[in-house]
Design a binder for this molecule. Sequence first.
Ligand SMILES: CC(=O)N[C@H]1[C@@H](OP(=O)(O)OP(=O)(O)OC[C@H]2O[C@@H](n3ccc(=O)[nH]c3=O)[C@H](O)[C@@H]2O)O[C@H](CO)[C@@H](O)[C@@H]1O
Length: 361
Amino acid sequence: MTGGGVYPAIAVLQALENKVDEVLWIGSQSGMEETLLKSYKLSYQSIPAAGLHGVGLKALPGNLSQLYQGWRQASALIARFQPQVLFFTGGYLGVPVALAGRKIPSVVFVPDIEPGLALKSILRSAEKVAASCDDSLAFLPKGKSEVTGYPVRKEMSQWQPQAARGHFNLPEKEKVLLVFGGSKGARSINRALLNALPELLPDMHIIHISGKDNWEEVQASVKELDASLVKHYHPYPFLHDDMGAAFAAADLVVCRSGASTLGELPYFGLPAILVPYPYAWRYQHQNAEYLSNGGGAILLEDNQLDQMLVKQVKSVLDDPKKLGSMRSAMQQMAAPDSAARIGELILSVGKRTSGGATWSV
Ligand SMILES: CC(=O)N[C@H]1[C@@H](OP(=O)(O)OP(=O)(O)OC[C@H]2O[C@@H](n3ccc(=O)[nH]c3=O)[C@H](O)[C@@H]2O)O[C@H](CO)[C@@H](O)[C@@H]1O
């Protein structure tokens, strides 16, 4: 699983510290999830899982067999751990776990406005459903769903602008633009930005998180930059605990509109130019539309990046009034108590049964 499913679960886990005796995290066998969780005290067990939606006939038998294996392993883990409650935040791995734990009460957090297919399939059996924002309720079962907001993890929320600028060696008064894709980076955003650097850097500092796959290309581009501009450019392949510093240091962000933007950008009151990932159904468009309808963001289509990036960035950063009104609109959409509220839902569901607590994300 990528950052999108993992980070909100971490935030909730942090809010539940000292309130839950034991946590078992059932995750995927791909390396990213386990790496992201390395610094947290929890027991991690991976199971095989694979998606079925949009899978060609050739891959279908293999994926079905993986799901079956996943269900068997999840059943064994649940039988051993005896959890009081299951908690899901998305991803197809949740399907075999939900099947294996169908007799145990569960809470589902739906990060995106519209739940993905895997999450949709486990909503019916959930006892409580938590949503990132009002627009999501139209896609969720009535009676047991409520808006809690998208939870922001502790490491991120503790950064203040001044310390954050110091962390990246940024001057206090100059404009700072943050650019990144989702948790894995975005090639089209990276390319458009690299081409735009000579036009943008004279007026601002840019923190650019490229994702690990595009890091070599970024380093090659730095060599071609005019020496006077290099000190304005702050590229990184990935940020961990200091991702919050990047948000707190910036005046404006250009990024994809994964679910995290519904929580993290309002939390920091950070105006945004959102470039939805064009190949993922309409999930990212819905997120971007919510934030832009709320006045905190501008939606820029991926295929318009090359023509419009510089123009859009300058139109916001050069207009303090616009920037200020986008900032307050973003702040209005924040839900800083979200992790605690989802934690309360989990505790209330768990109290009605007996045993430990399994987390499945
Ligand atoms: C291409 C795709 O299908 N993306 C989906 C995936 O995105 P993805 O996994 O990228 O998830 P999100 O955009 O929601 O979250 C990315 C997370 O990574 C963090 N971050 C990012 C860069 C970095 O250097 N350091 C860092 O910590 C961000 O602060 C954020 O917390 O899951 C999301 C949640 O279901 C969906 O909304 C997205 O549509």
